[in-house]
Write a protein that binds this ligand. Structure first.
Ligand SMILES: *[C@@H]1O[C@H](CO)[C@@H](O)[C@H](O)[C@H]1NC(C)=O
Length: 464
């Protein structure tokens, strides 16, 4: 039997395996949930884990069980995050793992294969007792999926705020079918794939009526589920889907809550969903009233699926000010002054793909959504998006130091150095890019090699 252990909270269990389950301690700067790739240290000779010592596998959890004398004989591998915790146990032919083999790329697939067919394990190979390491920085590949004017689903260039060609041609750029591209990203070594469904912006831009929009939304929603299903059959790293998660009513008058939409995405193979505008409204409301209603999509999805399954996507833009007293929001002293010599700036959140600004800063929003149950933040930046000049370090520093959940840096990557810069200068846990990966201007593999050369731990990929 192979089990995935899910620890919900520290309550009395069946008492089969001695030990205590507890939440990771975030008091000394540890980000919780523990999301991402961490290397295993195998402690026992088992056929199933015979060559995974030192290899990275994918974790997503907030609770863990600690090794002790009492459970020592069960342990087959440990992992380190703040302290050592048990990443797998083995006794006879019972195996259980804390990580997700089905999302752990080649390593995970080989574990599952060996479980099904122990004779496939490399008997000659000496068990590698790899060293546990630190949580690897993640490189995430994003694909923007939208319905084009003919109703086909296409992948567009990664620049979220300007999706049309500048030329007369009003076709959405068709950069390949979503499933193929997701599969390619996986082969290229992406640690996660983020699929962003965006038609809202495109249709609103061209003044197409609400009716057409809803039809397209339904079509997108239906196709999105198909895409997810096919994708999750070909992509063995985590898959996040964002952009279509909100309440809607279909053509027959049937109402779907965001929780139902999210549930369908999870059932179709998504590991995480991301919420944008809805989370901004929820945060504004929460800051205004100080009350958690429990009714927002963020709270509902997080309550049912756990906060590790909910990403909040933020789209702020930089607003320069002369003095921190000019605004009620958290400002930073900027590294290069604004157009009129301003030395400070705040980051104003937007909704609807950057078209509408809201009276809330990125700092305040991040803290509020963390309290409302977000497990991770995807931090875009309107000013940097599609520019290729690098991430907005000031912004990422500000937000990643405001919260204890992981922050994914996004917008602006144009060269491998931008990735090392963001990991060296900020507390970002992951960095995301779209167009540069898709067009292979900056291959994912070169990003990883560059990070490794700069002493930044990343997951190694097989076959390269
Ligand atoms: C990262 O976070 C730690 C505390 O958790 C802080 O001491 C450190 O200054 C932060 N690093 C950066 C680059 O902001």
């Amino acid at each position: 039997m192979i089990l995935r252990i899910t620890f919900i909270c520290a309550v009395k269990g069946l008492g089969l395996i001695p030990g205590v389950v507890g939440r990771f301690d975030s008091s000394n700067g540890l980000r919780v949930p523990h999301i991402g790739w961490n290397a295993l240290q195998t402690t026992k000779d088992t056929e199933i884990l015979d060559d995974v010592g030192g290899r990275h596998v994918y974790f997503v959890h907030s609770y863990r069980v600690m090794p002790s004398d009492a459970n020592n004989e069960w342990i087959s591998s440990i992992c380190n995050y703040g302290d050592s915790f048990i990443s797998s146990i083995t006794r006879g032919n019972v195996h259980a793992v804390q990580f997700h083999p089905e999302k752990s790329g080649d390593v995970g697939i080989s574990i599952l294969k060996k479980f099904l067919d122990p004779s496939s394990s490399s008997k000659t190979k000496k068990s590698a007792i790899g060293k546990a390491s630190r949580l690897a920085k993640r490189v995430i590949a994003c694909l923007d999926v939208r319905a084009n004017d003919k109703g086909d689903l296409v992948v567009t260039k990664g620049d979220q705020y300007d999706v049309r060609e500048q030329s007369n041609e009003k076709e959405v750029r068709n950069l390949g079918k979503p499933v193929d591209l997701a599969g390619q990203y996986y082969k290229d070594g992406a640690d996660e794939v983020y699929a962003c469904l965006q038609n809202k912006h495109a249709f609103a831009l061209f003044g197409i009526t609400v009716v057409v929009f809803m039809l397209n939304y339904l079509c997108l929603h239906m196709y999105a589920k198909k895409i997810l299903r096919y994708t999750s059959e070909n992509v063995f790293v985590p898959l996040t889907v964002g952009g279509g998660i909100r309440d809607f009513t279909d053509g027959n008058g049937r109402y779907y809550s965001s929780l139902e939409v999210a549930s369908e995405y999870f059932r179709s193979g998504a590991d995480k969903i991301s919420i944008g505008s809805d989370a901004v409204y929820a945060a504004e409301e929460y800051l205004r009233t100080g009350v958690k209603t429990g009714k927002t999509s963020l709270e509902q999805i997080s309550r049912v699926y756990g906060n590790q399954a909910v990403v909040v996507s933020i789209d702020p833009r930089r607003v320069y000010v002369r003095s921190p007293d000019d605004v009620e929001f958290k400002t930073i002293k900027v590294s290069s002054p604004g157009p009129s010599g301003e030395e400070y700036a705040w980051y104003q959140c937007t909704v609807n793909g950057g078209r509408e600004v809201r009276p809330i800063g990125a700092f305040e929003l991040a803290k509020a959504v963390e309290e409302l149950g977000a497990g991770e933040i995807l931090l875009n930046c309107i000013d940097c998006d599609g520019q290729g000049d690098g991430f907005d370090i000031d912004l990422i520093k500000l937000v990643s130091n405001a919260v204890m959940i992981p922050v994914i840096a996004s917008s602006g990557a144009g060269a491998v150095e931008h990735f090392s810069e963001v990991f060296e200068k900020t507390n970002a846990s992951a960095a995301l890019a779209a167009g540069i990966f898709h067009r292979k201007e900056v291959p994912i593999l070169s990003v990883k090699q560059h990070l490794l050369q700069n002493g930044i731990e990343v997951r190694a990929c097989d076959g390269h």
